[in-house]
Design a protein around this ligand. Structure first.
Ligand code: ADP
Ligand code: MG
Length: 386
């Protein structure tokens, strides 16, 4: 799960990682009020969207006075911000972060991720702050200093020192840098983060270290033990159909093609998507209704697939094991009662209670084509959506 910069900075504060003073605002009046409370300018007004590269897209602006903050916030709020990370459609800005502008002497990079091949969190630091780390890794990998952390011991003082000296920090900043790194690591572990990236981490003109940006991703699979963090989710940043699917505990990911696919089991769903592509069409979604899906979940899944206007045909590919074919069929019938099906449906059904399932579908009034096997199903649906 992604969260906004302002939310990430609030979490950093709790773990004693220094961030600039500031607060979030949803309206221009609130933005001005935040600036007034911060005291003397200059200020920076930052668009809050789940994408980086905001500076280049006009989503970060400076302002000298609270009046100017109000003006600038008026330009940023409700703009559709396009950055290299948003795609051409951009993102609507609903909130801004107003904070004190810092005088920057140096910009560094600090990030923590889980390295799956090492099976450990890895802390990375680089003197090339402000640049995408992927770009630094491709162009000048020698600029990235890495420390893999043993989760049993946590980040050891010598590792934090290696990182701080490695990026050439002045000796008088080493102590501040090591506690910055150690506290960020503590947060990474305590909150079950999958990414904690501070880019840039700055040295200010008066010699302080500050997290100027914060990109914190949380591990979805650990959210059950952080109810307070789950509340940080911003539905406005999510695809509305994905958001709807999540409410019904469905694994649904929207894609750009036009063949809707309703499948049980992630492996079968992947194989189905491969076959759709091999047949010359593009999947409109990944949907795994799950092994033990109820009739209601099937109905919701079908409804969500059909709600995508790009969908020109639907392939239902079910291998009935724990999810019986009659339950699937009843779910489809349930969904068909609620929505008007205007696109062709191809069904490949096998497994437990397949005869019953077919019979239910036959009497449902739903028009559909039965496929002999998976390949046939993919070819039939591909031919129909061309
Ligand atoms: P993004 O990664 O989306 O472009 P950042 O938060 O990294 O956004 O900000 C981009 C740049 O804007 C920074 O590298 C920095 O130069 C400037 N900036 C951001 N926040 C401040 C601030 N509080 N004071 C001064 N400059 C800032
Ligand atoms: Mg940044």
């Amino acid at each position: 799960m992604k969260i906004h910069e302002y939310q990430g900075k609030e979490l950093l504060r709790k773990f004693q990682v220094p961030v600039p003073e500031g607060d979030v605002a949803g309206t221009i009046k609130e933005a001005r009020q935040v600036a007034e409370e911060l005291g003397e300018g200059p200020f920076v007004v930052k668009a809050q969207i789940h994408a980086g590269g905001r500076g280049k897209g006009g989503g970060i602006k400076t302002a000298a006075t609270p009046e100017e903050v109000e003006q600038v916030a008026g330009q940023i709020l409700e703009m559709t911000l396009v950055t290299p990370q948003t795609g051409p459609e951009g993102r609507l800005v609903n909130r801004v972060l107003v904070e004190k502008a810092q005088e920057i002497a140096r910009e560094l990079y600090l990030g923590i991720v889980v390295d799956r091949s090492l099976g450990r969190p890895v802390i990375m630091m680089s003197a090339a702050g402000g640049m995408e780390i992927e770009e630094v890794a491709a162009r000048s990998p020698e600029l990235i200093i890495k420390e893999a952390v043993d989760p049993v011991t946590g980040c050891l003082p010598y590792q934090a020192r290696n990182l701080a000296f490695g990026v050439g920090l002045d000796p008088h900043l080493i102590r501040a840098a090591t506690s910055f790194i150690e506290n960020l690591y503590k947060m990474f572990v305590a909150l079950d983060c999958s990414l904690a990236e501070i880019n840039p981490l700055v040295v200010t003109r008066d010699g302080a270290l500050l997290a100027l940006d914060a990109k914190i991703n949380l591990d979805d699979n650990a959210l059950f033990r952080h109810h307070d963090l789950a509340a940080l989710e911003d539905p406005a940043e999510m695809d509305p159909l994905e958001h709807e699917a999540r409410k019904h505990h469905l694994n649904y990911i929207r894609l750009s093609g036009n063949v809707g696919a309703m499948v049980n089991g992630a492996g079968l769903a992947m194989a189905t998507m491969d076959l759709i592509k091999a047949a010359g069409a593009e999947p409109a979604n990944f949907l795994d209704v799950g092994g033990g899906a109820s009739q209601e979940m099937v109905a919701n899944g079908f409804r969500i697939i059909l709600a995508d206007p790009n969908v020109k045909g639907v392939l239902i590919n079910i291998f009935g094991g724990i999810l019986r074919c009659d339950v699937l069929a009843n779910g489809v019938v349930e969904a068909v009662k609620q929505v008007d099906v205007k696109v062709p449906i191809i069904i490949r059904l096998e497994g437990t209670n397949v005869e019953q399932g077919r019979e239910i579908l036959q009497h449902s009034g739903l028009k559909f084509t039965v496929a002999a096997d998976m390949l046939d199903a993919a070819q039939k649906v591909a031919a129909l959506v061309q």
